[in-house]
Every structure is written in structure tokens, then in C-alpha cells.
Design a protein around this ligand. Sequence first.
Ligand code: ZN
Length: 411
Amino acid sequence: MQISDTQLDLVNRQIERLLSSNNFYGQRLREAGIGGVDSREAFASLPFSSKQDLRDAYPLGLAAVPEEKIVRIHSSSGTTGTPVIVPYTAKDVEDWAIQFARCYEMAGITSADRIQITPGYGLWTAGIGFQAGAERLGAMAVPMGPGNTEKQLQFMVDMQTTVICATSSYALLLSEAIEKRGLRDKIALRRGIIGSERWGEKIRRRINEGLGIESFDIYGLTEIYGPGIGISCSEGEGMHVWDDFIYVEIIDPETGENVPDGEWGEIVITTLVKEGAPLIRFRTHDLSRIIPGPCPCGSPFPRIDTIRGRSDDMFKIHGVNVFPRQVEEVLALFPQLSSEYQVRLSHLEGRDTMRIYVETDGTQDFLDTADAVAHEFKSRIGFTPLVKVVELGVLPRSEKKTKRVFDERYE
Ligand code: ZN
């Protein structure tokens, strides 16, 4: 997806703002002697920015406007180390709400809907983004925040909420609770906006059936506004992104080069109109691809595919880049396996070895399963791993970003 002339003009305005503020990226541009970009090639040679840059700028070094223009901050909760603080101007807050309202509209939600919001409020960008988008749309927001399932169910029934906003794990929990209490015909849900965890088709079906909804995947990250910069449409093939607010590139995480449309790689985002904390070529570490061609839904906005893991989980072995989604595709062929896995790469006796741990429900012989998985790997990815089959529930799970690949080759 090549950058358009309009987008290039916007990038140049962002560059001007960064240079005059002299924040970390402004300094980087100045050191590189860059005053603007006049072509796609010039854009592609702009330096990347990273989460570490943002941490280094803690607390307010990201700001590209005078402090009196900043109306709010949000913070991404790094699991370790310094958090990232993102300052927003009044226009940034408004632009985010505009994008979020667009997401609701893409999902067929109108001002007549009642939107129950279960993501958290606070420093985190989740709840407040869902809220501002709902208000911008003119819908009725029911700002529950997370947890307290009994109260969630009570409001779902009494308020007859029509839209549920949740993570996939919480939506699943709600649907099970509704089933257990026999509330299915007392609720009025019709749509679900599901936050950007990874979740498979199996879980989606269970949630859709359990809650009686059509569900949509929403995309976003705190560093770039928050959730709401893209959403799936009723065609269910990828997520549209708002390319008047952001420009999305896909790069090879190893080389940093752009990959052709349709190929998988890491999402890199440039904000086009952000004031408080403009970001140029920010590496998200989310893995996706541009879906080429127009969407059957008729929307002119470009599409990226459903996020399939993190580039930190991509690895190279025997000269082949292996993406987590390829591993998942192999495992999905075996009904006796769960979707959990763990890859360990080691260097033994002069050669690289991959061990993969997979979980089985025990309905098939462990050794037969291991052989079949190894064979499938060989035919699809090109080499044979050592497959270790373990019992269901043995591999670690976490709510977010479970680490699945351990590279022990150079330790
Ligand atoms: Zn579409």
C-alpha cells in the first residue's frame, strides 16, 4: 500500500512539528539532516521509532506541543520497566473519538444502540476510547468497566443493552454465565466489539452463539491513539484502517524493508495528523499483512489481516522465517491439539534444532500425534522439528501476550 501524495503532505507537516518541538524524533531528524520527504523513497528511508524510544522519553519527552495544549495523558502498562506516557491535545482526543465512532458505524451500530463497555477506564486507553466513540456516535454508553459479572448481567438484562464491548476472554466468560443462568432470551445483544487479543474461530463461534451477536475485531494501541484505528467489517476478512489518520506499512522484521502487499510482516504505523505525540514509522511488533484489492463491503479504507502474533515470536531457522501463524495453521489441522504451543530453539552439536511442545486432549496416541505433526511441519514449512506432546493444560497461559518462542541458541 504505497503512501499517497496527500499522506506525504501530512507527513511533512508532522515532520515540521517534530523538528520545531525538538522531541526525540525531531532530534533524530535533525541529526540525519532531514527536513522533509518529497517522495515515497524518501519516506521509506525515514528512521523507525520504537517502544524503547518512547520509554526513554519518559515522562513527557514525547510531547510535540507546548504543555498548555495537552489535555490528557494515557500510559501503556509495560509489564517491566518504565511505562510509556502519551500526551493528547484536544484535537487528538476528538480525532480518536471520530475514528472510534467510525468503527461503531462499520459494525452497523447506530445512535439507537445501548453500548455496554467492559474494558477498564483509567491510564489505559481502552474504556475511555469506547466511551468517547459511543458519545460521538450519539449512542447510549453504559460505562461498566471490568469485572463484577453479576452486575454486568443485571445491566445487560435491565438496560437491554444491544452492544457488548469486551476482550474475547471476558466475552466468553459472559456468554458462559448467561448460559448457566438461562438468561439468553432475556438479553437484547446484537453486536460485539472485541478487543485485540488473539482469538481463534472456535472461540468466536462460541461467543457469537452464546451471546447472540455478530462480533467485530477492533484494532489499536496506546502509542497510536488507542483502540479504534481499525475494525473488521461484516465481510469478516481483515480490518479496515482509517488511512486519513494513520499510514500503515508492513515490513520484514529482520531487514526493516517493506514487503509487497499480501505478504506477512510487522505493522509499522505513521500518524498523519497527531499533535500531542506524532509518531513516524512506529514499529508495533504486531504481525499482519495488507489485504490487496477492494473489500466486497464497498468501504474505500484499506485492510490489514487479523493480527497473528508478535514479531518477537517470529524466528529464523535453517534460513527460513517462521511466523507464529504458520505454526498455528499446522496445529489447527489436528483436532486433538489445543491452540497452545511452545517453541524452543537450541544449538546442539553444530546445528540449530527446534523443539515444539503441543498439548493434546489424550484422544490419540502421543507418539502418533508427534509423528504426524512433525511430518506436516516438514511438508508445509520445510524442516522437521522435534515434537513433544504434553497433556492439556501443561503449557503456561496468560491473559495477554503469552511468550511462546524461546530462542536458546545464543545463550
Ligand atoms: Zn470491508
